[in-house]
Design a protein around this ligand. Structure first.
Ligand code: C2O
Ligand code: CU
Length: 480
């Protein structure tokens, strides 16, 4: 995986807590389903305060679901139905999007496109089936660059009927904040530099809403760690030192268990990775997890500190294979192919293409990122592609920019079938695929969920500045 050079990022010093040891960064949990198979919960987005950095820093004014960052962990079983009542306590409109969940279009939480935004003081009820087991998350789709950036997000875990055998099943929601010296959120959301470069990369990284110091583990234990990147723009590349993490799911979907390339778990904004971690160190020792995605900007994320009592003498050898979800398999021989080109941003070559004049015009109105020459100005637009329901498609995507882009499609999971012309080893199912600068990536899917679906970069500043389109899946199998 190629990396950004140091010069592309400004070096910022991380705020750290002196000596304090964060507890287990426990997440508040929302209730699970009753025997009826229906889980009902309420989400209340509103301003609040969160102890992100910890003593002696003051609490940080945030926007939060139910008063906590992250919002409550919603946990249901595969096949159950979820009903979520959202009461908007913010001073502005919002929505909730269920990232990666294959919901009916009307439940997708895209303002104006799939629903009227929820006005301040108003309520909206989302209801859908938990079709796929896996690690998902929720966040607003209204002014996401600020609403998510101020703390509105939470995990949604859909459990397998027979979960993997592990000692602990943990969720770590990673986020990156730009804080001032008084631990307040810097309010320069959407500034021109962030928008035209690599997005709002901050100076403080949290796990489950706290700057982590150390995390207690036991020798011999096996942990399923569900990593969720809720940051606006930061890409994580986690190095677990001498541990040997095994990736068992990506974006919620099972993948054949494998060691990460480059000994680093790469997670772009909105992406998830489920890993199995066997704690093979000695009692009383510790291991340091380092984020080394950006060259020259490596930092210690957290220490895993072994307790003095081992849990078992040797690592377990339980199976790691997760049961596949029921996703329609694209028929590559019959698939229709569409080219999708991403361009724009600083240091790009946008002025070379045939759409040059039109892109110049759009830039004058503040848009800097384009998909097939068009910059979105809102969520409602003419579809860039119309797909026939039930048919297979290959999207051949080209990143003609100098930046990474995690590209997300709503309503579907797709297989990542090639990178720069080379077939991928695991043909992984994803809902968000990372494209490195100049990279070519092919994805394949069956267009089986009818409706108008967003297709966008999940660096929220890029999205706000145009890198977004609509893909329509038609109601019937008519044309290709
Ligand atoms: Cu995570 Cu369009 O969303
Ligand atoms: Cu982008």
């Amino acid at each position: 995986m190629s990396k950004l050079s140091t010069s592309a990022l400004s070096r910022r010093s991380l705020l750290r807590i002196g000596g304090a040891t964060a507890a287990a960064f426990a997440l508040p949990r929302a209730v699970a389903a009753a025997s009826t198979g229906l889980a009902e919960i309420g989400l209340h987005p509103s301003p609040g305060r969160a102890p992100l950095v910890g003593f002696p820093h003051p609490k940080t004014p945030v926007w939060a679901y139910n008063g906590t960052v992250p919002g409550p962990e919603i946990r249901v079983r595969q096949g159950e139905r979820l009903r979520v009542r959202v009461d908007n306590g913010l001073a502005e409109e919002t929505t909730v999007h269920w990232h990666g969940v294959r919901v009916p279009n009307a439940m997708d939480g895209v303002p104006h496109l799939t629903q009227k935004p929820i006005a301040s003081g108003e309520t909206f009820v989302y209801e859908f089936n938990a079709v796929d087991a896996g690690t998902f998350w929720y966040h607003p789709h209204q002014r996401g660059f600020e609403q998510v950036g101020r703390g509105l997000y939470g995990p949604l875990i859909i459990e397998e009927h027979e979960p993997l055998r592990v000692d602990r099943d943990l969720t770590w929601v990673l986020d990156d904040w730009r804080l001032t010296q008084s631990a307040a959120i810097s309010d320069d959301f959407g500034n021109g530099h962030d928008v035209s470069h690599n997005g709002r990369v901050g100076n403080t990284v949290t796990i489950n809403g706290q700057v982590p110091e150390s995390f207690a583990v036991h020798s011999g234990e096996r942990i399923r760690l569900r990593l969720i990147n809720a940051a606006n723009a930061r890409i994580f590349g986690l190095d677990f030192a001498d541990l040997a993490p095994v990736i068992v799911a990506l974006d919620g979907q099972p993948v054949s268990p494998h060691a990460p390339d480059d000994e680093m778990i790469v997670i772009g904004p909105a992406m998830r990775a489920d890993i199995v971690l066997d704690m093979t160190g000695r009692p009383g020792s510790h291991v340091t997890v380092v984020d080394r995605f950006y060259e020259g900007l490596e930092y210690r994320l957290v220490d895993l500190a072994y307790d003095n009592e081992p849990l078992r003498a040797r690592a377990s050898d339980w199976p790691m294979e997760l049961p596949a979800n029921l996703l329609a398999e694209p028929d590559l021989d019959a698939a229709t192919r569409h080219e999708v080109v991403f361009n724009g941003g600083m240091m790009g070559q946008m002025m070379m293409g045939s759409n040059m004049g039109s892109m110049m015009d759009q830039m004058h109105s503040g848009k800097v990122w384009f998909i097939n020459g068009e910059a979105a100005t809102g969520h409602v637009m003419e579809p860039m592609l119309t797909l026939a329901r039930g048919r297979s498609y290959v999207l051949a995507m080209a990143n003609d920019t100098a930046w990474h882009h995690p590209i997300h499609l709503h309503g579907h999971s797709f297989r990542v079938i090639s990178r720069n012309g080379q077939p991928t080893r695991h043909r992984e199912w994803q809902d968000t695929v990372m494209m490195a600068p100049r990279e070519r990536v092919e994805i394949a899917l069956v267009a089986d969920n009818p409706g108008d679906w967003m297709f966008h970069c999940h660096i929220l500043e890029h999205m706000a500045a145009g890198m977004m389109g609509v893909i329509r899946v038609g109601p019937e199998e008519t044309k290709t």
